[in-house]
Ligand binder design. Structure first.
Ligand SMILES: Nc1ncnc2c1ncn2[C@@H]1O[C@H](COP(=O)(O)OP(=O)(O)OP(=O)(O)O)[C@@H](O)[C@H]1O
Ligand SMILES: [Mg+2]
Length: 223
C-alpha cells in the first residue's frame, strides 16, 4: 500500500538569487513497506524526520532520492497527484490549521466536493463520517466554538469523508489535553478497519490539506 525505497529528503537553503547555500538531510535512505490493513506507528525524537516522511506519503513533498509509492502510484507521477492525495488522507498536529469551513458539516464536505462527488453522496459521506467521530450533533456549529479535541475529530471526519485507503496522523494529539487525546484516539479506533492502513507519527507539523471555499454550492441543497 505504501512503499518507500531508499527515500532521501534534503531541505535546501537558498540565497536571494536562488543559489543553494546549505542543505539539511531529513531522510536518509528510508525503506518502508506498509500493507493494507496494517497500523504502523513511527516514533522518533524531535527533528528525526517523522513529519517529512508523512508529507512524502501524501505527496506534499517529493524525494530528493529514492521512491515513494502509494497503492502502486509513484508520487512523482503528476498525473496521479490527486489520486495519491485522496488515497492517503492526512491529519496534522494543529486542528486550527486544518479546519477551513464556517460550519462543521461544510468543512467535512469540502474534501468530497473537491473530488467531484455528487451532492447527494456528499451529504451521505458528511453524515457517516461525523457519526464515526461522534460529532454529528455538532454539524451545524461553527468550528470556532469547538474544543481542540472536537476540532481534531472534525478534521478526522473530513479525511474519512474522502474515503482514503490509508490515513496518516502526524501527532494529531500533540496539542490536546488528556481528555482531548482520548476523544481523538477513540475516533481513530472506530475508523480503524481491517482494510485501511494507518500510520501515526509520535514524537508535528501544521499544514493545510484541503482548499478553502467560502460557500459551497452543495450545502444550499439541504439546510
Ligand atoms: N521546511 C523546512 N526547511 C528546512 N529544514 C526543515 C524544514 N522542515 C524540517 N526541517 C528539518 O528537517 C529535519 C526533520 O524535521 P521534521 O519536521 O520532519 O522532524 P520531526 O521528526 O517531525 O520532528 P518533531 O518531533 O519536532 O515534529 C529537522 O532537522 C528539521 O530542522
Ligand atoms: Mg513533526
Amino acid at each position: 500500500m505504501i512503499i518507500t525505497k531508499k527515500l532521501i529528503h534534503d531541505y535546501l537553503k537558498k540565497d536571494d538569487e536562488g543559489n543553494i547555500i546549505g542543505r539539511t538531510r531529513a531522510l536518509d535512505a528510508v525503506d518502508l513497506d506498509v500493507k493494507a490493513g496494517e497500523f504502523v506507528a513511527i516514533l522518533g525524537h524531535n527533528g528525526s524526520g517523522k513529519s517529512t516522511l508523512a508529507k512524502h506519503i501524501n505527496a506534499l513533498l517529493f524525494p530528493t532520492g529514492g521512491t515513494v509509492e502509494v497503492d502502486g502510484m509513484d508520487t512523482t507521477d503528476e498525473s496521479h497527484l490527486w489520486d495519491v492525495r485522496q488515497e492517503a488522507g492526512m491529519v496534522f498536529q494543529d486542528p486550527d490549521n486544518q479546519i477551513i469551513g464556517q460550519v462543521v458539516e461544510e468543512d467535512v464536505g469540502f474534501g468530497p466536493e473537491n473530488l467531484g462527488v455528487p451532492t447527494k453522496e456528499i451529504w451521505e459521506r458528511v453524515e457517516e463520517s461525523l457519526r464515526v467521530v461522534g460529532m454529528y450533533e455538532y454539524r451545524k456549529k461553527s468550528p470556532n466554538h469547538l474544543s481542540g479535541g472536537q476540532k481534531q475529530r472534525v478534521s478526522i471526519a473530513g479525511v474519512i469523508a474522502m474515503h482514503p485507503k490509508c490515513i496518516i496522523f502526524d501527532e494529531p494529539t500533540a496539542m490536546l489535553d488528556p481528555s482531548g487525546r482520548k476523544e481523538v484516539i477513540r475516533a481513530w479506533r472506530r475508523r480503524s478497519t481491517p482494510t485501511r492502513s494507518m500510520s501515526w507519527t509520535r514524537g508535528g507539523s501544521p499544514c493545510r490539506g484541503r482548499r478553502a471555499r467560502s460557500s459551497p454550492a452543495w450545502r444550499s441543497s439541504r439546510r
